[in-house]
Design a protein around this ligand. Structure first.
Ligand code: FE2
Length: 264
C-alpha cells in the first residue's frame, strides 16, 4: 500500500494547494491511501465540518490532529464518531471530546490511524496530557489481533521527541510522522526494524510567510515589541509538503519513504 501523508494544511491557501496538486500526485505516484494533518485547516485553528467534507471530497482518506483539533464545534460530532476518519491526539485526558485513534478500511486493508501530542506544544503546553508512549502502547496492543497497517502522527515542538518516537515504534508501526513545525526536516528514512519515519513533514499553504502567517504581522510584533494578531497570508506562492511511504501488505512494514516538496 502506498500511503501519502500530507503536512499541516494551513488555512485557505493550504486547501488551495491540495486542490491544485493532490489529484496529479495521487495519479502519477499511484497513491492508495491519503492521510492529512487537519488541525490548522480553517483559518489556521481547527477544522470546520464544511472544510472537512471538502477535503474528504478531494480524496483524503484520514485526518490527524494536534493542539487545535477541538477548536471548531462543528467538527466535534465527527471526532466522536468511530466511522468518521478524523482523530484528535489520543493522549488528551479521559473525558475530552473526540477519539484519538480509528480504524479505516480501504481496498480490503485496515489502517489504524493514531495521533499523539508531544509534551511541550504551544497552546496546550500547560495542559496535563497523558504519556504518549504509554497511550500508543495500549492502542497498538488493543489492535494486535486485527494486525492493521499502523500510521502514527506525533504533533510536537521538540525535534528530539519526534525523532525518538520513531525509534520507539520501529518495527511496530508502518509509518510514524512528526508535524506541527510547518518546516520539513530532511530526514525521511526507513528505520532499522522497518518503520518509515520523518521528524517533521512540513506544511501546505503559503510559501512566503512565517509558517502560513503574513510576515508583516509577525515582523511588526517583533520589531516594535507590541501585540499583533496573526493574519494568515492569502496570496502569493504556495508550498505542498508530504511523505510517500511504501508499506508491504504482508509484513505491514515499510520498504521505502520519500519526501514530496512542491511549490506552485
Ligand atoms: Fe500544531
Amino acid at each position: 500500500m502506498r500511503i501519502l501523508y500530507i503536512g499541516d494544511i494551513m488555512g485557505d491557501m493550504g486547501i488551495a494547494s491540495v486542490e491544485k496538486l493532490l489529484p496529479e500526485i495521487v495519479k502519477t505516484e499511484k497513491v492508495d491511501f491519503v492521510v492529512a494533518q487537519a488541525e490548522n485547516v480553517t483559518a489556521g485553528k481547527g477544522i470546520s465540518l464544511l472544510d472537512y467534507l471538502k477535503l474528504k471530497k478531494l480524496g483524503i482518506d484520514a485526518f490527524t490532529g494536534g493542539n487545535w483539533s477541538l477548536a471548531k464545534d462543528t467538527i466535534i460530532p465527527s471526532l466522536n464518531n468511530p466511522e468518521e476518519p478524523i482523530v484528535r491526539p489520543a493522549n488528551y485526558p479521559k473525558g475530552t471530546d473526540g477519539l484519538g485513534y480509528k480504524i479505516i478500511n480501504k481496498n480490503g486493508q485496515k489502517v489504524l490511524i493514531i495521533s499523539l501530542l508531544g509534551q511541550i506544544v504551544g497552546r496546550d503546553s500547560k495542559r496535563q496530557m497523558d504519556n504518549p508512549l504509554k497511550v500508543v502502547d495500549e492502542i497498538i496492543e488493543k489492535f494486535k489481533s486485527e494486525n492493521p497497517i499502523i500510521v502514527v502522527n506525533f504533533h510536537g515542538d521538540y525535534s528530539s521527541e519526534k525523532k525518538v518516537i520513531g525509534y520507539y515504534l520501529d518495527g511496530r508501526a508502518s509509518l510514524v510522522v512528526g508535524d506541527h513545525w510547518h518546516i520539513p526536516t530532511a530526514n525521511a528514512m526507513v528505520l532499522p526494524k522497518g518503520t518509515a519515519h520523518i521528524t517533521d513533514v512540513g506544511m501546505c499553504g503559503s510559501l512566503d510567510s512565517s509558517l502560513g502567517v503574513k510576515l508583516s504581522s509577525i515582523i511588526e510584533r517583533w520589531q516594535k515589541n507590541i501585540q499583533t494578531i496573526n493574519v494568515l497570508e492569502d496570496s502569493g506562492r504556495m508550498q505542498f509538503n508530504a511523505v510517500l511511504a511504501d508499506i508491504d501488505e504482508k509484513t505491514h512494514l515499510a520498504t521505502e519513504i520519500k519526501q514530496i516538496q512542491k511549490t506552485v
